[in-house]
Design a protein around this ligand. Structure first.
Ligand code: CMX
Length: 441
């Protein structure tokens, strides 16, 4: 992939020089003021990092290098006869800021196919775990086992110039992304399909091959995977998985170590694990109500019960978004096109009509609208993938595209180790009483 690598280098040199000038002239300007409540409450609203690949607007949702999801669906190259974007194209766009041609994307698909050589010890390492181990744990352990392949770690220990870091981060990223479908599918087939593994296709694109390796070979499921892997890839830099990858990478940990750390954050129920929690919650609701097609009134009762038990309604709310997530809308559009009468999809839509006013009425939920995780499970169940414990692995495969392309940028721009300052409540109390503050002006 010399073309992609050279194009990236050209862009990185140009932006690096611009940033140098920008900091010389404006480096001391403030882009935000930290309030005490922000320090205590999850750093909301603090702008404190640069992350080049995507940007989140609270009302409009995510844009990847300036492109909204519908714009990506229109402009990114598709598989033959398909209408959803190929995630390889989004990787190219996030890395270079340029929309790739169909030939670029085909070449990238072929490059990833040729790099997808997962060493045997990775599968043996996963096999050492009890079968009941959560799929995300198995997946992360597999990625950690892949770390033996890190070119960056090898070159660093041999001694390299810091100007070369990005080049080996690029190679690791390409190899890691190439191998992810096989490792992720291995976890699925090991846990749910009696270890009946499938061979990779020598022709399919990255998303299509992943669908194939999982054992779902219909063209519609491949299209779903292409859309799924595109829309879950990135959500600017501050979310737990992106920020963790960024933070760990800033210590010059290689892409395998950094991405595995990010995935451990994705495995939390307030972040990526919410996609399994949504469908689990719906199945439990159907069981408790004794019907597969609950009415709005029944759903309302069940939502109130969930809240009264001190639980969150999974798939609703967001730390930054304040409107319905366009990733939810993209999946709803897919469902309207391919499966408008699916009963579970219709339950998801009824939940969407019912939940926001209830959350709004609590007076404390800042965003009562659905996020990406509210819809994805129902689409998968439609195709027979009912093993919801696995869903976050799919999210994780996609997330690699965004957080690792951002990591290449971080090393190319020479970002230093991340190290924000913390305080203790004793410091804060002393400061409030007029004692000397221990942080800078
Ligand atoms: N159900 C019930 N209560 C909710 C809620 C929900 N879906 N969303 C927020 N709240 C509550 C919070 O728990 C908090 O309550 P307390 O003050 O009692 O602690 C209050 O409303 C204020 O929270 P907020 O400022 O609106 O939301 P946060 O930024 O703190 O948290 C998020 C954001 C996503 C963790 C939260 O909305 C949530 O828990 N949602 C459900 C889980 C989920 O869907 N996560 C996936 C997010 C997308 C992703 O990362 O994949």
């Amino acid at each position: 992939m010399e073309k992609l690598k050279n194009l990236f280098k050209e862009k990185a040199d140009k932006l690096g020089a611009e940033i140098k000038d920008l900091l010389k002239e404006h480096g001391s300007k403030k882009i935000g003021e930290v309030q005490l409540s922000q320090a205590y409450q999850g750093m909301r609203g603090i702008t404190g990092m640069v992350y080049e690949t995507s940007l989140l607007d609270a009302n409009e949702g995510i844009r990847f290098r300036g492109f909204s999801i519908p714009e990506l669906q229109k402009s990114l190259p598709k598989a033959d006869g398909g209408s959803e974007p190929l995630p390889e194209g989004l990787f190219w766009l996030m890395l270079t800021g340029e929309m790739p041609s169909a030939a670029d994307v085909n070449a990238l698909s072929a490059d990833w196919r040729s790099r997808a050589k997962v060493p045997a010890h990775v599968f043996k390492t996963i096999d050492a775990l009890p079968i009941e181990t959560h799929p995300m744990t198995q997946f992360v352990v597999g990625i950690m086992a892949m770390q033996t392949q890190s070119q960056f770690a090898k070159k660093y220990s041999e001694g390299i110039n810091k100007k070369e870091y990005w080049s080996f981060i690029f190679e690791d990223t390409m190899n890691l992304i190439a191998g992810l479908p096989e490792v992720a599918a291995y976890v699925y087939r090991r846990k749910y399909k009696n270890g009946n593994f499938l061979k990779p296709s020598s022709e399919l694109d990255w998303g299509g091959n992943f669908a194939h390796l999982l054992g779902y070979d219909s063209e519609k499921f491949r299209e779903l995977m292409r859309l799924y892997l595109t829309i879950h890839s990135d959500h600017e830099g501050g979310n737990v998985s992106a920020h963790t990858t960024h933070l760990v990478g800033s210590a010059l940990s290689d892409p395998y170590l950094s991405f595995a750390a990010g995935l451990n954050g994705l495995a939390g129920p307030l972040h990526g694990l919410a996609n399994q929690e949504v469908i689990k919650w719906i199945f439990e609701m159907q069981k408790a109500l004794g019907t597969e097609t609950p009415s709005s009134q029944q759903i309302e009762q069940y939502v109130r019960k969930t809240l009264s038990e001190g639980k969150v309604v999974p798939g609703y709310g967001h730390a930054v978004l304040r409107k319905t997530d366009p990733r939810f809308t993209a999946q709803a559009e897919f469902a309207k096109k391919h499966m408008p009468d699916d009963p579970l999809v219709n339950v998801v839509w009824r939940v969407f009509e019912t939940v926001p006013p209830i959350l709004q009425s609590l007076g404390k939920v800042k965003n009562p609208w659905p996020n990406v995780d509210a819809h994805s499970g129902a689409l998968l169940v439609h195709f027979g993938m009912k093993e919801y414990d696995y869903y976050t692995v799919l999210f994780g495969v996609s997330r690699a595209l965004g957080v690792l392309s951002a990591m290449i940028w971080s090393r190319a721009l020479g970002f230093p180790i991340e190290r924000p300052k913390s305080v203790t409540t004793a410091n804060v109390k002393g400061w409030l009483k007029g004692e000397e503050q221990i942080w800078g002006d």
